[in-house]
Design a protein. Sequence first.
Length: 132
Amino acid sequence: MNAIVRGATLVVAAWFWTTAALAQDYQPQPGDTVVIYTGKYEPEVFERARQIGHEGFSKAISEAGQTRRTFFIASPETNEIIGISFFKKGHSVDEWHDHSARAEVVKQLDALRTGPVVIRRYELTGSHSTGE
């Protein structure tokens, strides 16, 4: 796994599990599917791609009606935008990938990306939290 993705994943996971504000929302559980999406963009379209991705996918996820937790993280140094989605058990990654609202956002981003999006699936095996 790319060192940037691995490091970003660890930072997001640590933040996720220690943020009290998330206590009332869906909390991913062991066995849930985690999908990491990584796209790379040219510097001149990076901010536009980040906005399209965050706003477009947030809306599309709501329209899809799935219970999910998604983090959007970005690295301006490498021009990478990463989405990390936790799918609640019983909510299909494949159905999400086939959803028309998602396809509309992907089409917009395809025109801006420097190459194919990298998609990796994982299973959540546990979590750790310290502090408040």
